[in-house]
Design a protein. Structure first.
Lengths: 293, 280
């Protein structure tokens, strides 16, 4: 099936619309956000005053900014770990050839497709102590309650789990795809040689999945660094700034405190930090050559 | 036979536990939305509603103020979501077809970047897009929001459709070309209908993306009458006294259309996703 039609100038018209759209909405604003970060702009005002690096100086001197960096890192890596491990287990489970498995694979897409807003605002009730259904269940089982979103120690793990639940289908589908490329005969041969489930996993499955897991890890890292809905719609960055990641801080600074210039500066710093993490990820965690095929 | 049977048994138990965890939160929202107020705010009333009521839905729809007008918000969301589908599907179809059929220089990088574009920090876009829209008069318009949602969904749709178009044999198109059909006729009369399942899938996907989006709507829409339903729902939590009943009912009203539209095409979606992912 590796056959293509001849490329001529006219054939570029097919991809022109999508490229123009990406150019206008994704690429062009990049330059603009950098420019804005050097200005003092208030929301609603047309033009700002050039202030050079003042926005950056101000931000680096704020303790709230450094707390945000910390929150962002905890949030990102917490999600990264859970969102790599759990989909792996789920995918192996759903890869078994049994009746009804297709139906199960379809059903687990649910978290991915339901709007986060609906989930987040309902969670605010479900997780509330003294009222919510989750705490009612907890009280019946272990006799105590947890202020899931209200306490500084519980909010981060709670939201990481909620977010992992939300993105479970994506990772599961990716790993499932990779699992299906491993021929069944390989496992059967291993079984004949007496390899149990764990040996099969460690010596066959895991090495062959290396590349997919690496690719997924990168997507998850970046996506979670940018999470907005899950956090804003549940705690708005609280309690006590504990959930105020850089993304939340940008939104709050630009559209709640109305300082667009400062928001743009924080966004730029966040993007730079993300880029550094991306480069480190590629440099140190790229799969070794043997894994590529 | 014996050990295999036991293994299958444990697999089924595992799948059932998994599905329970995956479906549980939505199930909780559903049954709780039928509970009367007293059962929602007091403990010890049990998991299932003791007194089944539609009062939450009635109050959500019938209590109307400028900042809380759910019928209007639902209509706005419908308008924006359908607009997104109408814009996103043609763009993604053309793009996906192009990338499946023509070996442009740098095509593989281009095809891959359709997925990698989602790595882009959208929060970085908020401020420049707000300013861009302010200057071009798109701020506080549904058209503006439709353009943004198209940009958010079209790259993924293009990626999915590329894998769908690849499965359609080139020979079919060539036969038609020999018969004298123009390039556009071939695309519209032969390829497009054959790719119909894929097209429907991406249409549903763009609808779902637009229907559930909150962040851009919250900064790009200013007037109450233009709000989408996600904004309307989030506003309910900002009030001094939160009405949990209508809030849960509102959540269900947002979730149900997505489920009804998506699950009929879910298998196509999985197929397209997996075929696309294999090419990465």
């Amino acid at each position: 099936m590796k056959r293509y039609k001849r490329v001529s100038l006219v054939t570029y018209l097919y991809i022109l619309p999508i490229l123009v759209l990406i150019g206008i909405i994704f690429i062009y604003p990049l330059s603009q956000v950098l420019i804005s970060s050097f200005y003092n702009i208030r929301l609603g005002a047309q033009e700002g005053i050039f202030v050079g690096l003042d926005n950056y100086r101000l931000i680096f001197s704020e303790p709230v900014f450094w707390k945000s960096v910390r929150s962002s890192l905890i949030w990102t890596f917490g999600n990264l770990i859970l969102q790599l491990i759990i989909p792996l287990g789920v995918a192996i489970l759903l890869n078994q050839k049994l009746r009804g498995m297709h139906f199960a694979r379809t059903l687990i897409l649910l978290p991915w497709i339901i709007p986060m807003v609906a989930l987040a605002v309902s969670m605010r009730w479900m997780l509330l102590p003294g009222i919510g259904i989750f705490n009612e269940i907890l009280k019946n089982i272990i006799g105590t309650q947890i202020s899931f979103l209200g306490s500084k120690s519980a909010a981060m793990p709670t939201l990481i789990i909620l977010n992992t639940w939300k993105w479970l289908p994506f990772g599961t589908l990716l790993i499932l795809t990779a699992l299906q490329t491993i021929p069944r005969e390989v496992y059967e041969a291993a079984r004949v040689d007496g390899a149990n489930f764990w040996k099969q996993f460690i010596y066959i499955t895991f090495p062959l999945l290396g590349k997919v897991i690496w690719f997924m890890g990168y997507l998850i890292l970046v996506w979670n660094f940018n999470t907005f809905d899950t956090i804003w719609l549940t705690t708005e960055g609280g309690p006590g700034h504990i959930m105020q990641t850089l993304t939340i801080l940008v939104y709050r600074r630009a559209f709640k405190v109305f300082r667009l210039g400062e928001g743009a500066a924080i966004a730029t710093i966040g993007a730079a930090l993300l880029m550094v993490m991306g480069i480190l990820y590629f440099k140190f965690l790229s799969p070794k050559r043997e894994d590529e095929s | 036979m014996g050990t295999k049977g036991i293994n299958n048994f444990f697999t089924y138990i595992g799948v059932i536990i998994l599905l329970a965890i995956v479906l549980f939160p939505v199930f909780c929202i559903l049954i709780s939305s039928f509970k009367p107020l007293l059962e929602l705010i007091f403990f010890g009333t049990g998991f299932f509603p003791q007194k089944f009521t539609l009062a939450n839905y009635v109050s959500l729809i019938s209590v109307q103020t400028p900042i809380r007008n759910f019928p209007l918000f639902l209509l706005n969301s419908l308008k924006v979501s359908l607009g997104t589908v109408l814009l996103s599907v043609p763009i993604a179809s053309l793009g996906g077809y192009g990338m499946a059929r023509y070996q442009y220089p740098g095509r593989d990088v281009l095809a891959r970047s359709m997925l990698f574009i989602y790595v882009f920090p959208t929060v970085l876009l908020l401020i420049p897009i707000y300013k861009m829209f302010q200057n071009s008069g798109l701020l506080d318009t549904h058209i503006g929001l439709i353009i943004i949602y198209t940009a958010l969904s079209a790259p993924f749709c293009t990626w999915l459709l590329t894998s769908f178009f690849r499965t359609i044999p080139l020979e079919l198109e060539e036969a038609a070309t020999v018969d004298g059909a123009s390039r556009m006729t071939v695309f519209l009369k032969i390829t497009f209908p054959l790719a119909a399942p894929g097209i429907v899938t991406v249409a549903v996907y763009s609808f779902v993306i637009a229907w559930g989006e909150y962040m851009f709507a919250s900064i790009l829409l200013l007037s109450n009458s233009k709000r989408t339903v996600t904004l309307g729902l989030a506003t309910l939590t900002a009030e001094q006294y939160i009405e949990w009943g209508p809030l849960l009912a509102g959540s269900m009203l947002i979730i149900v259309p997505v489920i009804v539209l998506f699950f009929p095409v879910a298998r196509q979606f999985i197929r397209g996703f997996m075929e696309g992912a294999l090419k990465q």
